[in-house]
Design a protein around this ligand. Structure first.
Ligand code: GDP
Ligand code: IMO
Ligand code: MG
Length: 415
């Protein structure tokens, strides 16, 4: 086994960063392939919490190479701040640990402004974005007027690209929103400086990763967001602007799909969603609040309270199909400890109302469980039911936020 793709199987925040951290021990490369600083991946090591928005979660392991692929949109300001923060915490001591793709698109200040202006004026159509400029940046990419990493590290290219795109953006900002426009020189100088600071990390990551594939090095692809937020397969238009599904790992990194060996879907033991959009199993009641409090369900990027509800197997079956899941990593099982009854949506009725079955809960803490056999019998019933319903093996079971609070049932890199 050489390559594993990790994707969120729900609406994000499933615990992808935490699972990447567990598997990084077995990987030589960890690669982000889509999204940008809208992600918030939390990792807890020795009681210390780190939240990564842009850099791959593998960066906390010093012998692992981390790559930001061409499919990611990079906000240089966030990138440099994250690099500085990691360094001040004793990580990233060797700059060759991080590589940024020449072809990744750059989030510009007008992207962030447009994201905000649109949301402010959207009323009931608000998507509830993270405000990180993600949508407008991907729009420019597809409209072929984007600015890429290769442009900000070259003065002439940046001038040429910015001269082409900025007047269009300024016109849009002024005419549509009546908002103040951007000054060419200010952006040009600022982004040229960012480019100079980031240049040492920039490389042709397509070549780098395909050499790693040829070498049979273990590669972990770290998805951001989740399948329900995928621009094609999610709950459109309440989605993000990238391909969050496993197929995105190929186009977003330049590694062919035939090189992908295993797709691991990260599934939270219940469901959460941040921002607007449909959520069939949402609990807008005391039970939902209980899940939120016990699970600490507040956004890692925006601090917003996450909407909470029961596990939705209908959503997960579709997610499994679209991603071609090989197995799942089930997270936050500990959060369900103490509930008398746990509901699971097994299917939707004709009008999309969820049909639930009720399962008995468990009271025992899961902290000390280092094997499935040591879990309380009702917790075992819960996970067996999930596996049976989804026809998928649970490869990793997480019952706490910290490194070590997991049960490795079958390691994707060794299967
Ligand atoms: P990501 O975006 O998919 O990486 O997930 P987030 O980091 O946004 O949200 C997951 C949250 O749950 C973080 O605060 C993690 O520290 C925490 N977490 C992950 N796995 C577990 C687990 O098994 N149990 C508990 N209690 N917390 C967990
Ligand atoms: P991680 O990687 C949860 C949601 C936003 C909003 C929609 C569009 O931590 O799982 P965007 O800023 O991307 O244009 O917002 O997508 N969203 C996320 N929700 N986890 C995330 O990332 C998310 N990234 C974006 O809340 O509904
Ligand atoms: Mg998150």
């Amino acid at each position: 086994m050489t390559t594993t793709v990790i994707v969120g199987a729900q609406w994000g925040d499933e615990g992808k960063g935490r699972i990447v951290d567990v598997l990084t021990n077995h990987a030589k490369y960890v690669v982000r392939f889509q999204g940008g600083a809208n992600a918030g991946h939390t990792i807890v090591v020795d009681g210390k919490k780190t939240v990564l928005h842009l850099l791959p979660s593998g960066i906390l392991h010093e012998n692992v190479k981390c790559v930001i692929g061409n499919g990611v949109v990079i906000d240089p300001e966030v990138c440099l701040a994250e690099i500085a923060l990691l360094k001040s915490n004793g990580y990233l001591t060797d700059d060759t640990q991080l590589t940024l793709s020449l072809g990744a698109h750059v989030v510009m200040p007008y992207h962030k402004l447009i994201d905000k202006l649109r949301e402010d004026g959207a009323g009931g159509s608000k998507i509830g974005t993270t405000g990180r400029g993600i949508g407008p940046c991907y729009e420019d990419k597809v409209a072929r007027r984007g600015i890429r990493v290769e442009d900000i590290i070259d003065e002439n290219r940046l001038r040429e690209r910015l001269e082409y795109v900025l007047p269009q953006m300024n016109l849009y900002i002024e005419k549509v929103f009546g908002a103040p426009t951007f000054d060419f020189n200010e952006i040009f100088d600022k982004y040229l400086k960012f480019g100079a600071e980031l240049k040492k990390y920039v490389y042709d990551t397509v070549v780098l990763l395909n050499m790693a594939v040829a070498n049979r090095d273990n590669i972990l692809f770290e998805g951001a967001q989740g399948t329900g937020l995928d621009v094609d397969h999610g709950t459109y238009p309440f989605v993000t602007s990238s391909s969050t599904v496993s197929g995105g790992a190929a186009s977003g990194s330049g590694v062919g799909p035939t090189a992908i060996d295993y797709v691991l879907g990260v599934v939270k033991a219940y469901t959460t969603r941040v921002g607007s959009g449909p959520f069939q199993t949402e609990l807008d009641d005391a039970m939902g609040r209980k899940l939120r409090e016990r699970g600490g369900e507040y956004g890692a990027t925006t601090g917003r309270a996450r909407r909470c509800g029961w596990l939705d197997l209908e959503l997960l079956r579709r997610s499994s199909m679209i991603n071609g899941l090989s197995g799942i990593a089930l997270t936050k099982l500990d959060v369900l400890t103490g509930f008398d009854k746990i509901k699971v949506c097994t299917r939707y009725e004709d009008d999309l109302t969820p049909h639930y079955i009720e399962m008995p809960g468990w009271k025992e803490k899961l902290d000390s469980a280092d094997s499935v056999e040591k879990l309380p019998s009702n917790a075992r019933r819960y996970i067996e039911f999930i596996q049976e319903q989804l026809q998928l093996p649970i490869a990793i079971l997480s019952h706490g936020p910290a490194r070590g609070s997991e049960i490795m049932i079958s390691n994707p890199f060794k299967s």
